[in-house]
Design a protein around this ligand. Structure first.
Ligand SMILES: [Zn+2]
Length: 176
């Protein structure tokens, strides 16, 4: 089934790199994820072969692409399946209806729950577990070990952003 593309199993769309995004808006743009105040720096296609883009922070870009798996759909059953998958994804990411993101558990915010998922951790992961998971992912996806690999770079940045979300939240709670 696979045609030798390296990242099929992960399904990360090849969004424009930071460096290549010369047309990107200079003004600070918020992440398109409802309720997220982080800068929206990662463009993600709303549908295959369409120019419309979401702009997500690294955490939510990783979440979005994990849920979508656009390239996997293309490879599995061709363009028709990809269209259906895109329509389904677009529904999931519309602001109002059927939002599939976690809603927090009363002690952790939605952003924290999403960050935990980016780090491949359960909702009740403690600080040490978070730190270990971040170190593990950062090592695997570090740009120095994956030169010229935009997927690795995106995953590395997502892990960094997720870790920042979680450590900021812990610090804020400590401050009371
Ligand atoms: Zn976000």
């Amino acid at each position: 089934m696979t045609r030798g593309r390296r990242s099929n199993d992960w399904g990360f769309p090849r969004w424009r790199s930071y460096e290549g995004a010369t047309g990107a808006p200079k003004a600070l743009r918020r992440c398109d994820r409802d309720g997220c105040d982080r800068p929206g720096t990662c463009p993600a296609p709303k549908a295959p072969d369409r120019p419309e883009r979401w702009w997500f922070c690294e955490v939510h870009a990783a979440e979005y692409n994990r849920g979508w798996n656009y390239f996997a759909a293309l490879d599995a059953a061709g363009a028709e399946a990809a269209e259906a998958e895109a329509a389904r994804a677009a529904g999931s990411y519309r602001r109002a209806a059927h939002w599939a993101w976690s809603e927090g558990d009363g002690t952790r915010s939605r952003a924290e729950m999403d960050a935990l998922r980016v780090l491949e951790l359960p909702p009740d992961a403690d600080e040490e577990t978070v730190k270990a998971a971040f170190r593990r992912l950062a090592k695997i996806h570090h740009p120095d070990l994956n030169p010229g690999d935009p997927e690795a770079e995106a995953r590395f940045r997502a892990a960094q952003a997720a870790y920042a979300v979680l450590t900021e939240a812990v610090a804020a709670r400590r401050r009371g």
